[in-house]
Design a protein around this ligand. Structure first.
Ligand code: F6P
Ligand code: MN
Length: 335
């Protein structure tokens, strides 16, 4: 079997095109290393005793799994020493993580969800890592929370690793979306899915329907029309999927199209949405838009939201362009 382009070669060549420095390649390389380690830990699972709860809660009040904590540590350890980051922030840490004084600091910020979809870990269903790279504001070398609060349009790079039947890395630097498959025997991500594109039309949707009684009118209307199928106003049957791992959901949409929704609902009025803006919604929106799809809260483009806090939540509607446009239109009609 011929060996394809490695992810390192790919990003170095991409970096030359955009005139970026080697620092950027280093950030990505360290993140890829972390994801390979997380992949190995997820893969060994019960054999090495990493399943189950860690007995702690994160800032969101969610029970942390052992693998959430292990994956977070792996991301930190792989990225803190290299001298290209000024700071990191994670779903699993309440505060910004400063680069330890013993290491040099660089010009990038890394924000991540170390193990997304962690309710799926113990049942051996796909999980993933999501990350976003931002520039540290000029003149700041010890960034605080406010330095991270940049809209998604300012992302330099976004990506996710999917730990599924094969481990994949999918990423964008704003020049389209490319997917790489981990060759476990060599330990390298190899380009297997160049220039991924989301088909504009789809007949597949993803939503947690157990929340339907809490949805707003435009979402109820949209889903009712899909469920009515060939007998309803759409005149076509639609299929549904819900993995409960956003990474797996987005990957399916990048592969064969679809619409994913975790819309605003009134289940808990103190929460603006389920998913987190900085390390879930923004990186996924960057990838989806770069693949020709759309991403919205229903009321605004996600990547244009000015974040107010690190762990802010937002409604998310993303995927195939024509379906996202339709649901946004239903929101406009509802006023
Ligand atoms: O981290 C958020 C997340 O695990 C996503 O990966 C997933 O889409 C969603 O939550 C699942 O939510 P629920 O448990 O409500 O279906
Ligand atoms: Mn998550």
């Amino acid at each position: 079997m011929p060996i394809g382009q490695t992810i390192t070669q790919f990003i170095i060549e991409e970096q030359r095109k955009i005139g970026a420095s080697g620092d950027f390649t280093s950030v990505l390389n360290d993140t890829f290393t972390a994801c390979k380690s997380i992949s190995a830990a997820v893969n060994k699972g019960a054999l090495v005793g990493v399943l189950g709860s860690a007995g702690s809660e994160n800032v969101q009040g969610e029970t942390q799994k052992k693998l959430d904590v292990i994956s977070n540590d792996m991301m930190i350890k792989a990225n803190e020493w290299g001298g290209h980051l000024a700071g990191m922030a994670s779903e699993e840490m309440e505060e910004v993580y400063p680069i330890p004084e013993r290491y040099p600091r660089g010009k990038y910020l890394l924000v991540f969800d170390p193990l997304d979809g962690s309710s799926n870990i113990d049942v051996n269903i796909s999980v993933g890592t999501i990350f976003s790279v931002l520039r540290c504001p000029e003149g700041v070398d010890r960034p605080t929370e406010k330095d991270f609060l940049q809209p998604g349009t300012r992302q330099v790079c976004a990506g996710y690793a999917l730990y599924g039947p094969s481990t994949m890395m999918v990423m964008t630097t704003g020049q389209g979306v490319n997917g790489f498959t981990l060759d476990q025997s060599v330990g390298e991500f190899i380009l297997t899915h160049p220039n991924m594109q989301i088909p504009p039309k789809t007949r597949e949707f993803a939503i947690n329907a157990s929340n339907s009684r809490f949805w707003e009118a435009p979402v109820k209307r949209y889903i009712d029309e899909l469920l009515a199928g060939a007998d309803g106003p759409r005149g076509e049957n639609f299929n549904m999927r819900w993995v409960a791992s956003m990474v797996a959901e987005v990957h399916r949409i990048l592969t064969r199209g679809g619409i994913f929704m975790y819309p605003k609902d009134n289940k808990d009025p103190s929460k603006e949405g389920r998913l987190r803006l900085m390390y879930e919604a923004n990186p996924m929106s960057f990838i989806v838009e770069q693949a020709g799809g759309l991403s919205s809260t229903g009321r605004e483009r996600i990547m244009e939201i000015q974040p107010r806090e690190l762990h802010q939540r937002v409604p998310v509607i993303l995927g195939s362009r024509e379906e996202v446009e339709r649901l946004v239109h239903y929101h406009q009609e509802a006023g």
